[in-house]
Design a protein around this ligand. Structure first.
Ligand code: GDP
Ligand code: MN
Length: 372
């Protein structure tokens, strides 16, 4: 889960990393009020889950509340690479003498957290890495040993302020189960104070259950509404842009089903994994999610019975069809444990608009035909 800058800064504040005082605003009037409260010049910053806001015109300095209101009106509604600005972060403006870069990421190859630092901050880090790799300092942290000051010194040298921020950022990274904590720019003011001017934080989704306070920060309005609905229902769902709705049990089989629909000449409307179970509840939830997509013209239900028995899944499908009002045809392929029993159950009940096909390819061809 990616955090907005203002959320990342709230997190930094909890770990005692210096950030500017600021306020959230959703209208120009609120931006003016925030500037009045903060006093003096402010920065008006678009809150969108994408980088490079500065270059895209999403970060503007404002001299006074009037100016803040005007700048806010100009930034709200702006489309920054497909992200429409609905929220602004108004913070007290900083004077900048130097812009640096500091981050902790997870280096999956090395299976270790990686600290990166450069005094060439402010620009995109990929650019520094490509054009001036010698300016980018990289040090891994042994996760068993944890962070030690020598590691920080190897990364940034002996500046005590910066060293303290590195240690705090590393703590923030591990204690929040983050996969990224990035400060770009980490500034030095003319008075020599080191300070985080931006915050980019990603929390590992798999660890969110340990951080209910952070999980609450998820902005469902920014996500695709169907995907948000699926998440609420606990269904693994990714929207695609075709017309054949797909439901499989297990991620591998669901991926294969997406492929076989393409082989059969169709276009998948989604990826949807029912998971291990085949209970009526699970099937109802998944069908509800898939059927909400107005582009879906047919549904392909591909089940391989292992621990989940096909006769149970078949009963689950029948129970689900009683509860969900489906207007599109559904094609079922059952194989594996108790497949024959499952097919018999479906054939005998013979619900309208449901066909059973013997193989995955047959089922895909039929679903593609029905979607045409
Ligand atoms: P990004 O473009 O999305 O990474 O947004 P940033 O928060 O990094 O802001 C972009 C740039 O705006 C920074 O690199 C700074 O140069 C400038 N900026 C942001 N905040 C301030 C501030 O308080 N004072 C000044 N002078 N410039 C700022
Ligand atoms: Mn930045």
């Amino acid at each position: 889960m990616d955090l907005y800058e203002y959320q990342g800064k709230e997190l930094f504040r909890r770990f005692d990393i210096p950030v500017s005082d600021g306020r959230l605003a959703t209208t120009p009037a609120e931006a003016r009020a925030a500037a009045e409260e903060l006093g003096g010049p402010v920065v008006v910053k678009a809150q969108v889950l994408t980088g490079g806001r500065g270059k895209a015109g999403g970060v503007k300095l404002a001299d006074d509340p009037d100016d803040a209101e005007r700048k806010a009106a100009g930034i709200l509604g702006l489309d920054i690479r497909g992200h429409v600005v609905r929220k602004l972060w108004i913070e007290r403006s900083s004077e900048i003498a130097e812009e640096r870069y500091l981050s902790v990421t997870l280096d999956r190859g090395e299976k270790k957290p990686l600290l990166m630092y450069t005094t060439e901050g402010g620009v995109e880090i990929e650019q520094v890495a490509a054009e001036k790799p010698e300016a980018l300092s990289r040090v891994h942290v042994d996760p068993l040993e944890g962070y030690r000051e020598e590691v920080g010194r190897a990364l940034v040298g002996d500046d005590e302020q910066t060293l303290a921020i590195v240690a705090k950022l590393y703590r923030c990274f591990t204690e929040c189960d983050a996969t990224l904590c990035e400060i770009n720019p980490l500034i030095v003011t003319p008075a020599g104070v080191v300070h985080a001017l931006d915050a980019k934080v990603t929390i590992d989704d798999s660890a969110l259950f340990r951080h209910p306070d952070l999980a609450e920060w998820r902005d469902t309005s920014a996500a695709d509404p169907l995907e948000a609905f699926a998440r609420e229902k606990g269904v693994t769902y990714v929207k695609l842009d075709g017309s054949v709705g797909i439901l499989g049990n297990g991620a591998g089989l669901s991926m294969a089903t997406v492929d076989v629909v393409v082989v059969a000449g169709g276009r998948p409307a989604n990826f949807c994994d029912l998971g291990g179970g085949g209970s009526a509840e699970g099937v109802v939830d998944a069908l509800e999610v898939i059927a909400r997509d107005a582009q879906v013209r047919s549904i392909l239900f591909n089940i391989f019975g292992g621990i989940t028995r096909c006769d149970e899944v078949a009963r689950g499908i029948l129970a689900a069809l009683e509860r969900v009002d489906l207007s599109v045809p559904i094609v079922v392929r059952l194989d594996g444990t108790n497949a024959e029993e499952g097919r018999i159950i479906l054939r005998e009940a013979a619900p309208p608009r449901l066909t059973v096909e013997p193989t995955m390819l047959d089922a895909a061809r039929r679903a593609v035909e029905l979607a045409a």
